[in-house]
Structures are given as C-alpha cells and as structure tokens.
Ligand binder design. Structure first.
Ligand code: ATP
Length: 268
C-alpha cells in the first residue's frame, strides 16, 4: 500500500485531567474518504482540530506526507496542503463572493510581483475563482457580499475558498449541518465529485448515517476519545462495539442514524 498522506500516532490531548482524544493512531491514504463518527462528545471535532493544527497535542504525533507537523500551526499545515471547510472564519464579510475566492486563489499563487504583472495575473485569478464558484453552484451569487449569503451559501463559499487553496487533504466538519433540504445535495455532490477525482485524502465528521453510507470508503469510530473501530462501513456499522457505543449514547444523538436492522429491532 502507498504511504499514508496523513497519519496520527498515539495522538492525545488532555483538558485538565480529561483526555478528549486519547492515544488515537490512524493513517489516511490518497483516494480514500474516511468518515469519523461517534456519539456526542466522543472527540471527533477535537481530533480534527489536532490534525489541522487548531489545537496542540498533549502527546503523540501528526504526520503529513511523512513529515512531522505536530509542532506546526494551522497556517503552516494549510500551506502544506491541508484544507478544512466550515471554519467560516475565512470569510471577509464585506467583500463579494467572487472577491473572497479571488483572494484565496491569489494567496495560493503567492501575491508577490510588481504591480503590472499583478494586474495581468489578476484576470487569471478571477477566471480560476469563477470556475471554483461554478463547481460549488455559487456563480450566480458572485457579486453578493459574503455577509448577505444564506447559511447554506456561506458554507458553499467556505468550500470554494478551501478549493481555491488546492489542498490535497480535505476535512469536512459536518458538511450538511444547518443546511436546508435543497442545499444538502449540492454539498454532497461536490464531495462526491472531489472523491471521484481519486487523488485526494478526504475526512468527514458526520452524524447522519445515510450521508456516511453514501460517501465513506472507511469509518473510524471514536468513543470517549479513543478509537474503538476502524474499517469498511458495513463491517464497522455491524460491529458490536459500535452498536454498544451508540446504544449507550445520550438521547440527543441519533441512534437510528447508525442503525443496522438488528439495532432497529433492539430499539423497536
Ligand atoms: N477547549 C476545550 N476545553 C475543555 N474541554 C473540551 C474542549 N474542547 C472539547 N472539550 C471536551 O472534549 C470532549 C470531546 O469534544 P468534541 O467536541 O471533540 O466531541 P465531538 O465528538 O466532536 O462531539 P459532537 O458530536 O457533539 O460535536 C468533550 O467532553 C468536550 O467537552
């Protein structure tokens, strides 16, 4: 098998005495979409934050393309090709959709150079930005200020900005959360298309099991900060440890989302 693009080794973070992520080792390969699931508070978002550099590990390591990036912050990891959607902190609220994406394209290209060449390159950047906006179905809103977008469109813009940076690792934190029914397929189709390219390493935190089923090549299950299952979707969903973890979880979480027929019977 090829070398992993992204890898965590015994990755741990403690808040006070509590290990929110506890010795998690996993490797992620190009062309694979991995869904990270688990009950509320399992440590999924914290694990994402440790991989993207938003949080610093208490122990363990993160490797990106074989390089130890544990000590690097989020910007340095982004420059090495890690993209994370749905931070919503990347948006310039008063700039148009197109300007937001154009700035990301420009940042990727490296904004340096003299004014004249900047000006001619600016056209190329705008063209690339337009193409990215087409791909997320946001071209019609190109002149709308980011602040005026619907929640769903803000999420699409966030994906567009991530795409403009041309990451080879893509992390989606609950891509469909807070989206209207008609907005959901656009984001899912986009993730499908990125996956179909077959070259990217895609990670997804997702509660909705139908979304996980339709997208994931592999499921990693976290429970109390620990990795408790890792494998093919059908196998993982059927495993006793997953059923136990989900049967034991609080009411807010969606048991039926993870339900296999056996689990449904247990609940029915
Ligand atoms: N900055 C922090 N300080 C203290 N505790 C934290 C912090 N961030 C997360 N935690 C704790 O770490 C645990 C894991 O939280 P995390 O948000 O990663 O879980 P999750 O699996 O993403 O949950 P959800 O599905 O509800 O989003 C929780 O017990 C949470 O309270």
């Amino acid at each position: 098998m090829s070398h992993p693009v992204l890898e965590t080794r015994e990755l741990t973070i403690r808040f006070g005495g509590h290990a929110a992520v506890d010795g998690v080792s996993a490797a992620f390969h190009a062309g694979t979409l991995t869904a990270i699931v688990g009950p509320n508070g399992a440590g999924k978002t914290t694990y994402f934050n440790l991989m993207s550099g938003q949080l610093a590990a208490t122990a363990g390591r993160v490797l990106l393309d074989g390089v130890d990036v544990t000590g690097l912050g989020p910007a340095a990891r982004a420059r090495r090709g890690m993209g994370r959607a749905f931070q919503l902190t990347n948006l310039f609220p008063n700039l148009s959709v197109l300007e937001n994406v154009r700035l990301a394209v420009q940042a990727r290209a490296g904004g340096g150079g003299d004014l004249l060449s900047l000006w001619s390159r600016r056209r190329d950047w705008i063209e690339i930005a337009e193409r990215v906006l087409e791909s997320v179905n946001l071209a019609n809103a190109r002149h709308t200020p980011a602040a005026a977008l619907s929640h769903g469109d803000k999420r699409k813009l966030d994906v567009a900005i991530m795409m403009a940076l041309e990451p080879h690792v893509l992390m989606f934190d609950e891509p469909t959360a807070g989206m209207s029914v008609d907005e959901v397929p656009v984001i899912l189709d986009l993730i499908h298309a990125l996956k179909a390219e077959g070259t990217r390493t895609i990670l997804l935190v997702e509660h909705k099991m139908d979304v996980v089923r339709s997208l994931a090549d592999r499921i990693v299950v976290l429970h109390n900060g620990r990795l408790v299952a890792d494998g093919e979707p059908a196998e993982v969903i059927a495993s006793p440890i997953v059923q136990e973890a989900y049967l034991g979880m609080p009411a807010r979480t969606t048991v039926q989302d993870l339900a296999s027929p056996a689990l449904e019977r247990a609940h029915g």
